[in-house]
Design a binder for this molecule. Structure first.
Ligand SMILES: [Zn+2]
Length: 131
C-alpha cells in the first residue's frame, strides 16, 4: 500500500537561505512540534564525508511541514504515524555504511511501507478551500 503525505499548506514559507552557499549537506531527519506537526530538516554532515567536491548552493526555495498520517507495516501489520519510521545504518565487513530507510519501529522491517511525500510544487498549486 502506498501512502501519500501532504504538505501542510499554512506551514509553507520562503527559505531565507535559498540560493546561498551551504557547507553542510546530508540526509534529512524530522523534528516533532507540540502541535503534532513535523518539520523535515537536513542533518549536518560535513561535505567531505559524503565525497562531494563541488560548491553547494541551498536549492530549497521553501520551508514546510508535512501532515502526520498513519501508515501500516507490511511486515507485522502495526499502524503508527509515518514520523515513527526510522532510518538506520549498518556496516559491512569493509566498514562501508549500508543505509536502510522506512524501518518499522515495531518489528524492524526495512522499507516496511511505501510513503510518498507531496512535492512542494504540487502543494503550491493546490487550492486551499479553507477560508
Ligand atoms: Zn513492522
Amino acid at each position: 500500500m502506498k501512502y501519500h503525505v501532504k504538505i501542510l499548506r499554512e506551514s509553507i514559507k520562503p527559505n531565507p537561505g535559498y540560493g546561498l552557499p551551504i557547507v553542510m549537506y546530508g540526509r534529512s531527519h524530522t523534528t516533532h512540534h507540540d502541535d503534532g506537526s513535523v518539520t523535515i530538516n537536513r542533518s549536518v554532515i560535513p561535505l567531505r564525508e559524503i565525497g562531494n567536491p563541488g560548491p553547494v548552493v541551498d536549492h530549497q526555495k521553501w520551508l514546510y511541514d508535512y501532515e502526520v498520517t498513519e501508515v501500516t507495516c507490511e511486515g507485522c501489520g502495526a499502524s503508527f504515524p509515518w514520523t515513527e519510521l526510522k532510518d538506520t545504518t549498518d556496516y559491512d565487513y569493509d566498514g562501508n555504511a549500508i543505509g536502510w530507510e522506512d524501518v518499522c519501529p515495531k518489528c524492524g522491517e526495512p522499507e516496511c511501507c511505501d510513503v510518498e511525500f507531496e512535492d512542494i510544487t504540487t502543494a503550491l498549486a493546490r487550492t486551499n478551500p479553507v477560508r
